[in-house]
Structure formats: structure tokens, C-alpha cells
Design a protein around this ligand. Sequence first.
Ligand code: APR
Length: 314
Amino acid sequence: MIEFIQADITCIPVDGIVNAANDMLRIGGGVDGAIHRAGGPGLREDFLRVRAEKGSCLVGHAVVTVAGALPAKFVIHAVGPVWEGGHKQERLLLYQTYYHSLQLAGELGLKSVSFPNISTGVFRFPKADAAVIAYQAVLDYLSAPESGIERVVFVCFDSENLQLYKALKEKEEYMSNLRRFLDAQESYYDTALDEIRRGRKTSHWIWYVFPQLRGLGSSRNAEYYGIKDIQEAVAYLSHPILGTRLVLICEALMGVSGKTAFEILGSPDDFKLRSSMTLFSGIPGCSPVFNRVLDQYFGGVRCAYTESNMARNH
Ligand code: APR
């Protein structure tokens, strides 16, 4: 269960409180300062022990201490990324910060975990982006088979963050259905990228690497991995792992020279690529690479089925 409240995180009883720490494990201000003040000497002593032992913590990862006087068993000191404009993998790193914190909590056998809005203070991560990433990471983790966590609380300090999380609740169904792509890509994405880089697809992964609108094909895979509507396509592109991977493999396609889509993918996968690019190039604010693939491989001609169905459910 996912909850969101506006409160001071040090006052909410849970099994594990996640802290917004820094890579040098220096005790800072913001929520970090509040957690250390409320945790008192018990937390401080354990934190200094962990810092002496580990020295630092990588961005996207976390260290664990006892919680001292806080109403919790443990504090998970997670290191989010500093926002530097969005081109230094900040989105992926923030996703990993949440996901790894939950993995640690799961390993400790915790049932309830609270999060502040990591990186959105001193580290300047845009709040709206950060909320989508945090929510997606939590949904992905909770739907993973190994998850034993029953309750995640996003503790927002300001009302702006609270409103952002409330708005995401309505998109939860779309965001949680993306797990099927993560599962499929876990085994096949690297192979797909490698095949594209070598200029010849030799195995079967088209449905979940270049997703298309549902209804284009009638096979079990086409149905299962079919994108339901534009909202699901938007959620797919906003996913820090899935969206990044789609752009990456399209860039790899653009790097293949002197071959047609049919020569690289065979048929009907060349048409599936065109449908996928038609779908994703229609999402406002998307990467220009989708249109470049359409231009290079299809002379700019788009998939008529996808276009008309996108118009219908817009
Ligand atoms: N409870 C819940 N949230 C809080 C609290 C609190 N008591 N105090 C602050 N916040 C919120 C802020 O409003 C912000 O939305 O926590 C969010 C994260 O802000 P920061 O604490 O500045 O954390 P971050 O942006 O991740 O920067 C981390 O700041 O204090 C240092 O040591 C810390 O170097 C690290 C850096």
C-alpha cells in the first residue's frame, strides 16, 4: 500500500525511515539534520561507526543504521543525485536511490518504510520529475516477487509535493502495468541492443523492446505487450529505465549505416518498428530520435493504424 502525507518524517512511526544523505556521509541540514537531531546519540553513534567502516556511499545507494530515539527500527541513509540539468543520468540515479533503499529494507525484513522527497531540496531535483520517479520506483519494487514490504509512506514536507503525489495516484494503474516490460527486458534488452548495434536482429524481442499500440497484432505477445493507449505510452517514456532504454536502442539504430529496416529486422518487424516510432514520436516532449528513425528508415511515412487509433483515444 502506498500512502502520502504532509508531515515531519521524524514523527511518523514506521519500521524504516529513509534519510536524504550525501555521498561523504556528512551530517547535513534539511531532512538529514532533522533525522539526526531526533535520532539523538543512539543514531549518531551508529552513524559514525558506519561512516568509519565504509568511508562513503555511492550515489543511488544507501547505508543502514539503528534509529536511536526515532519511532522506527532503522534509518536507511540514501544518497540521491544532485540535479545538474538532467544529462548526467540523474533520473536513473534517483530511481535507483529509491529502489535500492527498498531492497535494503526488504533484506532487513521491514514491513513499513517512509521516504522524504529525496534530492528535491539542497540537491535541486525538479519536484514534479522526482515525484514520478519516486512513485514509479516504489510501484516497481512492490510488484517484484521478492518484495515483502506492505506499506510505503511518502512524507511530503510541503504542500506542492503532496499535490504532485496525489495527482500521480490517478496514474498508478498505468505505471504499475509497466512491470511486464521490465521483466521481459531483464533477460533480453542487452541482446536486443547488441543485435541492433551489429545491424541484424536474430532473436525474438520486438514486442517489448519497441512496444506498439495494442490491436496491431493478434499473437499472445502482441496482446500482452501491446500499449493500451496514449497514457500508457506517456508512462512508458517517463519510466527512468524503459524510456532511457528506448532512446538508447533508437540511437543504436541510427548508428547502423547502409541498411534498410527490412535488412536489419526482417518482416513484419520492420513494420512493428514503424508503428512503435509513430506511437512514441507523438508524445509531447519526446526525444527527437523517434522522428529521425521514421525519416531514415521509412522516408517519414508513419503507421496509419497507429495514427488513427492515437487520434481516437486522445
Ligand atoms: N520531514 C520530511 N521532509 C523534510 C523534512 C522533514 N523534517 N525537512 C526537510 N524535508 C524535505 C524538504 O522539504 C525537501 O523536499 O526533504 C526534502 C529533501 O530536501 P533536503 O533535506 O535538502 O535533501 P536533498 O535535496 O536530498 O539534499 C541532500 O542535503 O542536508 C543535506 O546531508 C544532506 O547533503 C545532503 C543534502
